[in-house]
Design a protein. Structure first.
Length: 264
């Protein structure tokens, strides 16, 4: 089978990453974040896997995206977060196939809950982030330049349920001129999510999200819904699985994800 590329892989990367609203990542499998912080001196490690499937005009793109996310509580209301992704991309059109894989762009973020008490009532937080160009832009595995983001988060929490709203912004100049010509620098995103303890230790989660289309030739907003479950195996270990479905054509058709989260 030929290895000739059918589409620029950089375009594939930008679509997957931006359409996933990546700078957020709250309680997996949600993409929106909440105001929860770990607490001073406490650590959380999340090992996650996401499979994306998209078919656009006969070009099928399949992306496997494992990542590790480390969160450390600097202060009770302040967390530092590092996310390290790995990408495996397969693209086919007719009898032609192309593959790329490698580390993606690493993201560093801070989350500060500046209003409200942990696990009580209404809370607000702000989350600035910077994405470093550690991925190979020529293979379509990275932006090629630093990208800067900020997310405003509100959460209303009760003992058995909570609701969170996100409003995010990402500024990205890209490294390749072809991407600067093809993609918008300013991307906003919005999400609304909920979590409900259906039975003891089993949480149902749901979400709807939308963002500005990064493609300069289209004003159609990528939108998606997401649903999943989180199981509290112990007080320190969570298991989860989720399914996301694209509501509009620019969004990725569907994604399946799962994770193990450990706190200590």
């Amino acid at each position: 089978m030929s290895n000739k590329r059918t589409l620029p892989f950089t375009a594939v990367f930008c679509s997957i990453l931006l359409f996933s609203a990546a700078p957020a990542f709250g309680a997996h499998p949600l993409f929106s974040d909440d105001t929860l912080t770990q607490g001073k001196g406490k650590t959380q490690i999340e090992a996650a896997y996401q499979y994306n499937h998209d078919n656009d005009s006969g070009v099928k793109t399949q992306t496997s995206q494992p990542h590790v996310q480390l969160t450390y509580g600097i202060l009770d209301p302040l967390d530092a977060i590092v996310t390290v992704p790995y990408l495996l991309v397969r693209q086919t059109q007719g009898g032609t196939e192309a593959n790329e894989n490698g580390i993606g762009d690493v993201t560093l973020a801070l989350k500060w809950r500046f209003y409200g008490e942990k696990e009580k009532g209404l809370q607000f937080a702000i989350k600035p982030s910077v994405t470093f160009p550690t991925g190979d832009e020529d293979k379509g595995l990275g932006y090629g330049r630093e990208a800067y983001g900020i997310t405003f988060i509100s959460t209303f929490e009760r003992e058995e349920w909570c609701v969170s709203a996100n409003l995010g912004y990402l500024y990205n100049e890209y490294g390749l001129q072809s991407n600067r010509d093809a993609y918008r620098k300013d991307i906003w995103s919005a999400g609304l999510s909920g979590q409900y303890e259906f039975v003891e230790k089993l949480w149902l989660v749901g979400e709807v999200g939308v963002l500005r289309n990064p493609n300069v030739t289209s004003d159609t907003l990528p939108a998606f819904i997401n649903a999943g479950v989180i199981y509290e195996l112990t007080k320190s270990i969570d298991l989860d699985i989720g399914y996301r479905y694209g509501l509009t054509k620019p969004a990725v058709d569907y994604s399946i994800s799962g994770a193990v989260t450990i706190r200590f």
